[in-house]
Write a protein that binds this ligand. Structure first.
Ligand code: ATP
Length: 226
């Protein structure tokens, strides 16, 4: 493999991330590399720092030390919005603005500097593959169940065509049938393009087995093997 091929293979390189809030150390010198096609499974007890790591890699939270490199370049502040479109964090509590689900899905596409346009058919297709009907688009976003919110959040994320997903317990508020659908949609998404990758956190060891090819565990803000 030549040097260029190596550079393209590494999508994200997070190095020596440290984050403290007051006396609490959320991340303690954590490094992780995300390569094309890779499915990281991230486990660890509640409070071990999994969300903190995903949010730091997504550049959503400030860090006290360390760096994030994306697609071969250091990500400085002006490059963060473009980076976040390619490296998307899917949180446990999706944020919605007042209005319909469709308005929420359209919102990112109406931001300045956003070149893609909203594809309603693609949105309906994704919602249907997640077990929701097209009628969900007309519903008031403030009145969705936790599971519906998660479906909308995932749809919004996938419509933006990211390359890396940082999935923070993406099935936490779903029943087993809905969980299976989310897993299938995401596994299909990843299989459709060998350059896509994710870090997927879960408390469900069986799910981690199904969705990851490499597992890493967090303990007290540090990464330890398997
Ligand atoms: N903004 C913050 N300010 C202070 N402490 C925080 C903040 N965010 C998280 N923490 C603390 O940092 C630690 C790690 O939290 P984090 O949410 O990353 O854990 P987690 O492994 O994702 O947990 P869970 O499995 O419950 O989602 C916890 O002790 C949490 O209380």
């Amino acid at each position: 493999m030549n040097q260029n091929a190596i550079a393209v293979d590494v999508l994200v390189r997070a190095s020596n991330l440290t984050r403290r809030v007051g006396e609490t150390t959320l991340l303690d010198d954590v490094s992780i590399v995300i390569r094309s096609g890779q499915g990281w499974g991230l486990t660890g007890k509640s409070g071990s720092g999994k969300s903190s790591l995903l949010r730091a890699v997504a550049m959503l939270d400030p860090i006290d030390a360390g760096s994030v490199e994306g697609f071969g370049a250091m990500i400085h502040s002006e490059a963060v919005p473009a980076y976040r479109r390619k490296v998307a964090y899917v949180g446990q509590r999706p944020s919605m603005v007042a209005g319909s689900v469709e308005e929420n899905l359209r919102l990112p596409f109406e931001l300045r500097g956003y070149s893609q346009t909203f594809n309603r058919d693609a949105a309906v297709g994704l919602l249907e593959s997640l077990g929701r009907s097209a009628a969900l688009l007309d519903q008031d976003a403030s009145r969705l169940s936790g599971g519906e919110q998660q479906s909308v959040s995932l749809t919004r994320t996938l419509l933006a065509e990211p390359q890396v997903l940082l999935l923070d317990e993406p099935t936490a508020s779903l029943d087993p049938a809905a969980t299976e659908l989310v897993e299938r949609v995401l596994l299909d998404w990843k299989d459709a393009d060998g350059s896509r990758a994710w870090i997927w956190t879960s408390h469900d060891a069986d799910q981690i087995d199904r969705v990851s090819d490499q597992v890493i565990r967090m303990q007290a803000g540090r990464l330890i093997d398997g």
